[in-house]
Design a protein around this ligand. Structure first.
Ligand SMILES: [Zn+2]
Length: 194
């Protein structure tokens, strides 16, 4: 394995789209897909690495078939961010795994009660956020984080990728010392991914 690789260790919690390894190293098994020679997780679950047979698979944590509704609380990963909007890949609805791919859009006016200047102070690609579905059109779900329980639940350093710690002065990276800003949920960093 390469020294600074993103490859997952067995038993780690992964979300859809998370990199598991490359096809030169592993044979992709259930719960995975391959794109450009890289193996990704298709589901929310824990990784299983079979070193003897060189297989990697993901055992799904929740088996359900949910579709978001207006009023649903969803969990998703920020896939893109512009000054006024963020795209979110929804992977959990009301604590159950989704069936299919759902895209959420968070607009800067739906982030919090106070005025927000830029989405870049709210969330960044790769972050995991909890949000409420406020409307739906053509399978695009408009999201809101206007509640203390809503917002970013996991944020990663945009410099080194390390999980950020919520400190008084902001979101702090213990690895490289960078300080960033987010709109965090009240339970930031607790319990979801151990
Ligand atoms: Zn960092």
């Amino acid at each position: 394995m390469s020294s600074k690789s993103n490859e997952q260790k067995a038993g780690q919690l992964v979300v859809p789209g998370e990199r598991l390894g490359v096809i030169e190293e592993f044979i992709p098994d259930v719960g995975t897909y391959v794109k450009d020679g890289v193996i990704y997780s298709k589901v929310v679950g824990r990784t299983l690495v079979d070193l003897v047979h060189k297989r990697v698979s993901v055992s799904q944590l929740v088996r359900g078939a949910r579709v978001p509704n207006v009023g649903s609380t969803v969990l998703g990963q920020v896939s893109s961010a512009q000054p006024e909007t963020a795209g979110v890949r929804i992977f959990e609805i009301d604590d159950e795994e989704v069936s299919g791919v759902f895209t959420g859009i968070l607009h800067v006016s739906d982030v919090q009660m106070r005025y927000v200047d830029s989405m870049f102070d709210i969330c960044k690609p790769g972050d995991v956020i909890r949000a409420k579905v406020i409307s739906e059109k053509n399978r695009t779900y408009h999201l809101s984080t206007k509640d203390k329980n809503l917002g970013v639940v996991y944020a990663f350093c945009s410099n080194c990728g390390n999980l950020l710690e919520l400190k008084r002065q902001g979101m702090h990276c213990s690895k490289c010392g960078r300080v960033e800003r987010r709109k965090t949920a009240a339970d930031y960093g607790k319990g979801l991914i151990e």
